[in-house]
Ligand binder design. Structure first.
Ligand SMILES: [Zn+2]
Length: 293
């Protein structure tokens, strides 16, 4: 949202409407991304063969070639499915600028958006592949150390948790072991661990989807305002941090609430300096508003 200084004072109450707008955008766009992600992970499971996993177990860690294969899968996923969702979130963030400045259109922001999308995609693919590698290696490490499973069993326990983070994968493994320890049959324990993995995938997909939508939306607005300034449509602008304003706001974001700084200045979050649009942490629902000063 773009305000003149006097408007800010009058419209403080509308912060609620603005965070509500972000929430609506996320609710509208996230379900299809969640489903796509879950389906993608199900397909990714088949990218690693049991033979490759058994070799990985014998070597104590996953082979770089297997990781590269998974990284390629993530890369295709990002281009094909995530990029259009980012685009939708960015488009929504620009609607207000389109309305406010006749002639301001998508083409104006295209360059900055493409640069951002390219860099963000690369960073996300690297991060998600690293998470994947860590999760599988942690499971191998744990299982080899404790001798809890045969390589055959371990390979079959790893595949269903493809896509999960290391803590999630380990939680799944321990859950399976606890069930076995309680005297449950292997088949039954396996089935329960699979159900748990399905729930974990959905949970992670939700976090990623909501996070990615919020980040893209905040960057879209940020670059939109910058382009408007460069075209002389807006003068000096400052950005202002606004939290979701409900009971779930974390303490660190609470400290940032209503802080107002220059467009290129940095906010401080737990000793780290951040531009703002990237959000303070995973799943940050805060928004930035732009105030012409
Ligand atoms: Zn936040």
């Amino acid at each position: 949202m773009i305000f003149k200084k006097d408007e800010v004072i009058k419209s403080t109450s509308s912060y609620e409407e603005l965070t509500e707008k972000m929430r609506r955008m996320i609710n509208k766009n996230s379900p299809r991304l969640i489903t796509t992600l879950v389906n993608f992970w199900n397909a990714q499971e088949n990218v690693i063969t049991y033979a490759e996993l058994e070799v990985a177990i014998a070597n104590g860690s996953i082979d770089p070639a297997t990781i590269e294969k998974m990284q390629k899968g993530y890369s295709i996923f990002v281009q094909k499915y995530l990029a259009p969702i980012w685009a939708a979130a960015i488009e929504e963030s620009l609607e207000e600028l389109y309305e406010k400045f006749p002639g301001f259109n998508q083409d104006i922001v295209l360059g900055s958006i493409e640069t951002w999308t390219g860099a963000h995609a690369a960073e996300l693919i690297t991060r998600i592949t690293t998470d994947q590698k860590r999760a599988i290696n942690a499971m191998i490490d744990y299982s080899v150390t404790t001798g809890a499973m045969t390589p055959y069993e371990l390979a079959r326990a790893i595949r269903p948790v493809v896509g999960l983070t290391k803590p999630q994968a380990m939680a799944n493994l321990r859950y399976y072991e606890t069930l076995l320890g309680s005297g449950m049959s292997k088949d039954k324990a396996k089935k329960k661990a699979l159900d748990y993995a399905a729930w974990q995938h959905r949970y992670r997909a939700k976090v990623i989807a909501e996070h990615e939508l919020a980040v893209a939306n905040r960057y879209g607005k940020y670059y939109g305002v910058k382009e408007a300034q460069q075209r002389g449509l807006m003068g000096v602008v400052e950005k202002k941090w606004i939290t979701a304003g409900d009971g779930n706001v974390c303490e660190a974001c609470m400290k940032l609430d209503r802080q107002q700084i220059g467009m290129d200045e940095l906010f401080e979050y737990k000793g780290r300096l951040i531009l703002g649009p990237e959000g303070a942490h995973v799943h940050c629902r805060c928004i930035l508003i732009y105030v012409e000063v």
